[in-house]
Design a protein around this ligand. Sequence first.
Ligand code: PGA
Length: 241
Amino acid sequence: MKIITAKDKKEAGRICADMFEEVIREKEDALLGLATGSTPIGLYDCLSEDYSRGRISMAGVHTINLDEYVGLGRDHEQSFGYFMDEHLFSRVNIPAGNIMLLNGLSDPRKEIEIYESFLAQNRIDILILGIGNNGHIGFNEPEPVFRTRTHLVDLTPETIEANARFFTSADEVPKKALTMGMGGICAARKICLAAFGAGKADAISRMLRDDTVDPMLPCSVLKLCSDVTVIIDQDLKDHMR
Ligand code: PGA
């Protein structure tokens, strides 16, 4: 694992974007693995700016997202599909047909089948990951075992509370989500895990402390992957133990 400390989120976004753009320049039809949440916004801003300045084209790019709330459609403001449209897809030239999202309104079993058959035939070239305060990646929450396939999850009270800031109350946060499993994540050729702020310091410290892989700290599975860059900000670093 390579660790990079950026001055702040903005610098971290630039570092992630440079990594993504290198992959896109080498492989026009690259498959990008994408995440939602506050963490990847800097990456999406840089990609959008570079596209509008003519520095990159994303006309051949394909994307697949990590997760989605069950019960929310792409037109719901808090769905991850809506987030992606707002922060990236409406700002760059990725063809609509190249975008793979989980549909929160469809039958979860059908969505899992679609995702798994896609992942069996396609490998992500570069994947951006955020991390939860509890070490979750995607919606792979701490539990006694790792799940390899795309699956339905009950969100932990901690995650519901953390995501309540985007809803009018915690009661409105969906209680279930669909997430790519560790099989799809770990098959990615290159992974950028970005984490900012004091709240993530414990999970990152525990991950980097030793060489153990523990499903109760989901991000620790990344120690088995061959090309992982962890990008943290100075604030997180200052809080590491
Ligand atoms: P955040 O969420 O980027 O909004 O901090 C990350 C996550 O929960 O995976």
